[in-house]
Write a protein that binds this ligand. Structure first.
Ligand SMILES: Cc1cc2nc3c(=O)[nH]c(=O)nc-3n(C[C@H](O)[C@H](O)[C@H](O)COP(=O)(O)OP(=O)(O)OC[C@H]3O[C@@H](n4cnc5c(N)ncnc54)[C@H](O)[C@@H]3O)c2cc1C
Ligand SMILES: Cc1ncc(C[n+]2csc(CCOP(=O)(O)OP(=O)(O)O)c2C)c(N)n1
Ligand SMILES: [Mg+2]
Length: 562
């Protein structure tokens, strides 16, 4: 029996075990929305308020669940509204399948109503994309899309399906794609001579150092990483996106790398003799000035994407493999060791950072509430167990620095693109992926207003997402750079904000505003205990600057404490 293309879209998604999609309807995708009507018991559709929200929600869902996130939009403005989100997913290696409707194939190229060449627009920000103009191509295209999105280095793919293809008829047959040999699927066989070479370097090292990135979380290699660190006694530091891959309370955990990372992890990069970098791509926020980055060290780079090896940093052992598999193969060759003198150096750096920066931030004796004391208290209250979804800016850096992540996959933020407006919709996706966990979005007053409309989803879907707005009435991160590098000329960074509590209440969401320290603890408790969604606006110090900081273009050795 023949079925329509739109039904085939729904059946194909079900074949891929998709049970949740985020989207927004419109003319060119209406046949598919009609098919969703019959499948609503098996395929939940969450109606976002802006297509950008759909992509970020799908990203949050994908990153927490480990599955592929799916979003659906119409042609023209629906499709172009996806663009920022797709770029965000591309830079942070998030697997997404984005399906857009397109005008009927006979109208293609005529500037028809809501016709836009979304394939060309997204060519540079997708791992793969295709246009489907006949119903018969739908199942195989969707199968291929899922395969590409999740294999090798994950990323977003886009399928643009014309309206006539959705209306057309086909004999439905679905076969999952197992295609090999494309550039996006590197050979997964670990090279045994590399394993021995890497093990020998680690065994001989006196100052070994493990740099941990997002790829460890993607590979699910947290246990193997812990085993390697403990067996060889290696100190560990994480990138922003690698946070929560290693338990923060572990004695070998030294902190975060990079521009606003911890002091020791940065300066000691230039003292380590062997660096094992796992699933991280030596982003410029991590390395600072490349000319002066870890020149003394032999570097082993475990990485799934060939293009990342020797891209920014020249490595000694280029280890093209999946992180989990590579670490599993490496472990038997590793000799048990301890490096007490090397660890002592990290300890001394941490003590210095605590005295110069941390103590004043988390235990201020007077003045306005500080972002760091909020995050420190929040983290202590639930033993670092929540999933934290942060937006972009000073509050993002403070959250990364002061939240003590206790469980894996618990920190979701926009790293590569740094997309303000990410956190509110991403928290929706994260909550839908982990209904049994506390999900807290930490957002600045600027970023909150970039996708504020997604409060409507929280309200309609009754999602108990907790939202903390750290309101400094400034685009704080830009203000910090203006103060440090533009002679305090605060050009266009002050925000006259609306009444966030009233807006929230307009959406039927419980909300509270705190302006002084006296009420902070009790308000945080109230928020954490709430069974429903809750927004807590906290008015924080305006002049705050995030330190340590590696000034742009400086070396990791030049990290500033003030
Ligand atoms: C305001 C702001 C400030 C920032 N400051 C900092 C900072 O101080 N410190 C910091 O670290 N970052 C910072 N960032 C983030 C930074 O821009 C990068 O996004 C981040 O450093 C990238 O981390 P990553 O390399 O671990 O993750 P990704 O960029 O996601 O890279 C992951 C790597 O793992 C690889 N991989 C994927 N799957 C596997 C697998 N199965 N096996 C092996 N490898 C795999 C991928 O190919 C990729 O190379 C900041 C961002 C913003 C917006
Ligand atoms: C979409 C987008 N536009 C602009 C920027 C540049 N930018 C980075 S941080 C920042 C300020 C963020 O302000 P806010 O959300 O209030 O957070 P704060 O830094 O004050 O904590 C800006 C404008 C960005 N990252 N994303
Ligand atoms: Mg702000």
């Amino acid at each position: 029996m023949k079925i329509t293309g739109s039904k085939a879209i729904v059946l194909s998604l079900l074949q891929e075990e998709v049970d949740l999609i985020f989207g927004y309807p419109g003319g060119a995708i209406m046949p598919t929305y009609d098919a969703l009507y019959d499948a609503k018991d098996r395929l939940r559709h969450v109606l976002v308020r802006h297509e950008q929200g759909a992509v970020h929600a799908a990203e949050g869902y994908a990153r927490v669940s480990g599955k592929v996130g799916v979003c659906l939009a119409t042609s023209g403005p629906g499709a172009t509204n996806l663009v920022t989100g797709i770029a965000d997913a591309m830079l942070d290696s998030v697997p997404l399948v984005c399906i857009t409707g397109q005008v009927t194939s006979s109208f293609l190229g005529t500037d028809a109503f809501q016709e836009i060449d979304i394939l060309s627009i997204t060519a540079a920000i997708t791992k793969w994309s295709c246009q489907v103009t006949s119903a018969e191509e739908i199942p195989s295209s969707i199968a291929r899309a899922f395969h590409i999105a999740k294999s090798g280095r994950p990323g977003p793919v886009l399928i643009d399906i014309t309206k006539d293809a959705q209306f057309g008829l086909l004999e439905f047959f679905y076969s999952p794609c197992k295609e090999q040999g494309m550039q996006v699927f590197p050979s997964m066989k670990v090279n045994s001579s590399l394993v021995k070479e890497a093990a020998e370097l680690i065994n001989r090292a006196s100052k070994p150092y493990l740099l941990v990135g997002h790829g460890v979380l993607i590979a699910g290699a947290e246990k193997e990483l812990l085993n390697l660190a403990e067996k060889a006694g290696i100190p560990v530091a994480c990138t922003l996106l690698g946070l929560s891959a290693f338990p923060t309370s572990h004695p070998l955990y030294m902190g975060m790398l990079g521009m606003h990372g911890n002091y020791g992890p940065n300066v000691l990069t230039n003292e380590a003799d062997v660096i094992v970098a796992v699933g991280m791509r030596f982003d410029d926020r991590v390395t600072g000035c490349l000319k002066n980055y870890a020149k003394q060290a032999k570097i082993i780079h475990i990485e799934i994407d060939d293009a990342e090896i020797n891209k920014n940093v020249k490595v000694t052992v280029p280890f093209l493999a999946d992180a989990k598999q590579a670490l599993q193969e490496l472990l038997p060759y590793i000799k048990p060791k301890n490096h007490p003198l090397w660890l002592e150096k990290f300890k001394q750096c941490a003590e210095l950072e605590f005295k110069e920066v941390v103590e004043k931030e988390i235990h201020p004796s007077e003045g306005h509430i500080k972002m760091a004391e909020v995050i420190h208290s929040l983290s202590a209250k639930d033993d670092g167990k929540a999933i934290i979804v942060s937006d972009v800016g000073q509050h993002q850096m403070v959250t990364a620095r002061y939240h003590a992540f206790a469980q894996t996959n618990s920190h979701i933020t926009s790293g590569g693109l740094g997309t303000m407006g990410f956190a509110l919709p991403a928290a929706i996706g994260a909550k839908l992926a982990a209904m049994n966990r506390q999900v807290i979005a930490v957002i600045g007053d600027g970023g909150f207003q970039m996708n504020i409309q997604e409060l409507g989803v929280i309200s309609q879907e009754h999602l108990p997402v907790k939202i903390v707005i750290l309101n400094n009435q400034y685009l704080g991160m830009v203000r910090q750079w203006q103060e440090l590098f533009f002679e305090s000329r605060y050009s266009c960074t002050e925000m006259h904000n609306p009444d966030f509590v009233k807006i929230d209440e307009g959406y039927g969401i419980r909300a509270r505003k705190v302006v002084d320290r006296l009420h902070l603890n009790e308000a945080l408790d109230e928020m954490l205990e709430a069974k429903e969604a809750y927004l807590l606006e906290i008015v924080v110090e305006k002049q705050h600057k995030v330190f340590p900081m590696i000034p742009s273009g400086a070396s990791v050795s030049e990290v500033r404490l003030k």
